[in-house]
Design a protein around this ligand. Sequence first.
Ligand code: AKG
Ligand code: FE2
Length: 343
Amino acid sequence: MNTLSEAYRDHPLHLHHIIPLDFDSVRTVPESHVWPPSPAFEPDDDQSSIPTVDLMDPDAVKLIGHACETWGVFHVINHGIPMDILDEAESEARRLFSLPAGQKLRALRSPAGATGYGLARISPFFNKNMWHEGFTVMGSPIDHARELWPDDYQRFCDVIEDYQKKMKELAETLMHLILKSLDLSEEEISKVVSSGGASTALQLNSYPFCPDPSRVMGLAPHTDTSLLTVLYQSTIDGLQIFKDGAGWVLVSPTNGSLVVNVGDFLHILSNARFPNVIHRVVLKENQKQRLSLAYFYNPPVDSHVSPLALNSARIPLYRSVSVREYVDIKASNLEKALSFIRI
Ligand SMILES: O=C(O)CCC(=O)C(=O)O
Ligand SMILES: [Fe+2]
């Protein structure tokens, strides 16, 4: 059983932090969704240096370690996930978000729940709403799929479960390479990448067409509560990462590649050698609905994460923390969460 959802139970949300706008019914952006302009809205579009790692490259360990250290994010190619698996998952996500608002609300996330349809979990930390709707899956999506399509839920379940299986294998491969780049032993690696217990989540994201995109925020800046996140964005721009010295850098989709980013747990485990990259999603003029699928790979929910990559000269920067406890801290403190476990 996937128990990550239990970690969210102690943080029930108000319904207005769960129910998305009925985007089909609005012609203008309501005040509730207008974000203050900020200089950060002018992105530096120079993405030339976001690294691409070819998993078939004999030097993959070195390349991946360098990408994690310098950027905390990279494109991965030759990742072994067939294009039709990515296409089918995207098209099931599109089918879901194309349902009428009333039908989607049947699968609404419950106030103390972690799965189902609703606003991004970070919503309560911002006083404006994002131009976004999501659907969170942990394990089998069958219960919510039945609510959405009482007579036709099987296809969604098959596609989404297959997608998660493939993503899990890829996440394990990536974790192996990343931990090798930190010079961890096979024994230490197998403690982190214990496929039996990993807690994972799949987040389907939709950023609907917006009549006034420069005034809204797709997804507000955040870091992911994961070891790593594997993201599929098919053809539409929007994802940006923040890099010190460079500002907001666009992470454009390239055909069939996936985006991998370092989350909070890998940042802790690497003793801050790898940045847990801050990212957000913005919308552009005349842009069609944008979809993305984010797969979060976490350690088992009751395991502890602590800095492992220590050489003799380095002292640990973070105390050991269980996944459950950190999810708890993050649910109340968002970007300040790490400061609670800093030594
Ligand atoms: O839509 C995207 O490109 C990013 C999604 C994301 O950051 C998330 O789901 O945590
Ligand atoms: Fe994210």
